[in-house]
Design a protein around this ligand. Structure first.
Ligand code: 13P
Length: 340
């Protein structure tokens, strides 16, 4: 394992006041996003959209790394430079989503497990050549009164741990993403309970697979009320439950906890991250962001697939990046939404 390169990568990813832009939507997911603005999802349109995002002036002020999809890592901008090298030229680390999505765990189980091990070590050789220095693998867990099942927790944890071990051996930093979904009527207390057992399972498996905790990043959900829950916890309650949950489950050796947005709207995702960082500075980890929708939604809306809208769309993504950067320091205030 090339520890020196992994250390440099993880240090760059977890730079203070910065976070990750998750732009690794699979072709199916990006089609859904494009459908929402009436743009056909062609390879060129996807390239244009990602080029717009990555060439945003000043993007590196609050973005330390970008998670790419396989297709994007192979694409080039109008000027012939690869999209990955554009990021590198700004000091932003390119990364790659390597899981192949989810399949039903067992018929009727209502649960999913993640695929993507085939040829993974081999794929990493190419990804590294193309400039990727970190990777991402996502496991999903649903909440009901009965779920997630112990089997689902065990299998997903094993998958994340095997992936993380292979990733480090291949010279890339693994982002370990166990996502407990927001969908449902469950309370924040139930989310805390589930997130706690999920993270316990994940760190037990990571230890068993010999993953170096110093050389990985955790990308979890926040502890939050179910989307359809009648009682919605406020930012302070979310921050307290989230920090309590991580203090109980995440070893101090992990350098960074970089949250997914998971369907929170862009302002909520910023407010909640800020509340977490405003609680107290005495954590062994940095609390930052690795947002997809919460960074991109306003930019997507502004873009509409038109060249004329590129500047407006770039301003929109840069605004969210800077506000989330402020939230990483606990310095975000709602008035900044108008000022920006
Ligand atoms: P969201 O922030 O939109 O949840 O996306 C993050 C991500 O990478 C999901 O895997």
């Amino acid at each position: 394992m090339n520890t020196t390169e992994l250390e440099a990568t993880v240090r760059a990813m977890t730079a203070r006041g910065k976070g990750l832009l998750a732009a690794d939507e699979s072709s199916g997911t990006i089609k859904k996003r494009f459908d929402s603005i009436g743009v056909e999802s062609t390879e060129t349109a996807r390239r244009d959209y990602r080029q717009m995002l990555f060439t945003t002036p000043g993007l590196d002020e609050a973005i330390s790394g970008v998670i790419l999809y396989d297709e994007t890592l192979r694409q080039s901008a109008d000027d012939g430079r690869s999209l990955a090298s554009i990021l590198q030229s700004k000091g932003i680390v390119p990364g790659i989503k390597v899981d192949k999505g989810t399949i039903v765990m067992a018929p009727g189980s209502g649960e999913k497990i993640t695929e993507g091990f085939d040829g993974l070590a081999k794929r990493y050789e190419e990804y590294h050549q193309l400039g990727a220095r970190f990777a991402k693998w996502r496991a999903v867990y649903c909440i009901t009164d009965e779920l997630p099942s112990p089997r689902n927790i065990r299998l997903n944890a094993l998958g994340l741990a095997r992936y993380a071990a292979i990733t480090q051996q291949s010279g890339l930093v693994p982002i370990v993403e166990p996502e407990v979904l927001m969908d449902g009527t469950h309370s924040i207390e139930r989310c805390e309970q589930v997130t706690t057992v999920v993270l316990q399972g994940v760190f037990e498996a990571l230890a068993a697979e010999g993953v170096a905790l110093e050389l990985m990043v955790l990308k979890p959900n926040m502890v939050i009320s179910g989307k359809e829950c009648v009682v919605q916890a406020n930012a302070r309650q979310i921050a307290e439950a989230t920090v309590r949950c991580f203090r109980r489950t995440v070893p101090a050796a992990v350098p960074g906890i970089m949250f997914l947005s998971g369907g929170q709207n862009e302002v909520q995702a910023t407010e909640n991250l800020n509340a977490i960082n405003a609680l107290s500075a005495r954590h062994p980890w940095i609390f930052s962001f690795s947002y997809g929708r919460a960074l991109q939604a306003p930019a997507l809306k502004a873009w509409q697939g038109k060249k004329d809208n590129v500047t407006a769309a770039q301003n929109a993504v840069q605004k969210r990046a800077l506000l989330n950067g402020a939230a990483c320091r606990g310095e975000y205030q709602s008035q900044m939404e108008q000022a920006a």
